[in-house]
Write a new protein. Sequence first.
Length: 336
Amino acid sequence: MTEIVKKEAPKILAAIKAANNILLHCHPSPDSDSVGSALAMKFALEGMGKKATVIRGDSEIPQAFMHFPGADTIVPKNFFEVDLKEFDLFIVQDTSSFDRISSLGDMKISSSLPIIVIDHHISNQGFGTLLNLVDASYPATALILFDLFKLWNLEITSNIAANLFIGAYTDTGGFKYGGVTAGVLGVASELAKAYPLFPSLIATMENSRRPDEVISLGLMLSNTKTFLDGRLAIASISIAELASRNMAVGDLSTSWASSVLRSVIGWDIDACCVEVSPGTVKASFRTRDSEKYDLSKLANALGGGGHKAAAGATLTMPLPQAIEKIVATAKEIYNL
């Protein structure tokens, strides 16, 4: 538990106690830390007698997450489909910047709706209008919430524990990434005791692939090229290739492909690039050595954000130019 969390915890609790109807959300293309943290906070707020609403945001909640406790209560609306006048507090979690709340329009929020930011992304500059709890020493937002709930003397129920556990598990790469300490494993142990069905929670999430996801993985990997003396590997797929195979962007799992590329000895940095529409490319970055290759720097330079070991960005240019831009930027930043 850090001093930052200890300092901000009572302020956040006071703001929650002063609110009645609280909005929560999942960031675009949500991972399980986004979904799990939102649901854990929802259960915690309801335990305090508050009304809490989780909206799915821009993207569908992956089927692999729908067994998380409370996932069936997520409201299928994006930010622009919500009447903000119904809420008196917006808690934004696991979201590195204001425009990452939604990319479907011009983000504007009335000053009458206070925003609290709780996040662990190193690129987060603190866009909350009321409070900002940003601590990059935590490898998952779910782990920040665990410490907050402890400081608030909240009971870690089985539903809360399940969502915190799966958020921490995924954002640490199954407790393999940098930032995982004995303390993190101690928290995981406590959550596992509160939710002893955690093996099934993990297994269901990791074994819910659709056939098209597997096929798309093969397509992306078959398009892998290396750059910068083999230290950078980039897998890509164009919108035209997707269309020729009657596949949708939603069939792709860039994080899965990135993890496969990262397993290759010598490929210190990897990127998976998907042309989601003509002139728009989403890129996912991973590295084998986050101390040497801080990917948040690469992502920030490309207009995105993320962590040292995992980050991403959206480039508004055709796929070939996007790949060239990534290579040139990586060469400059890491002096390759």
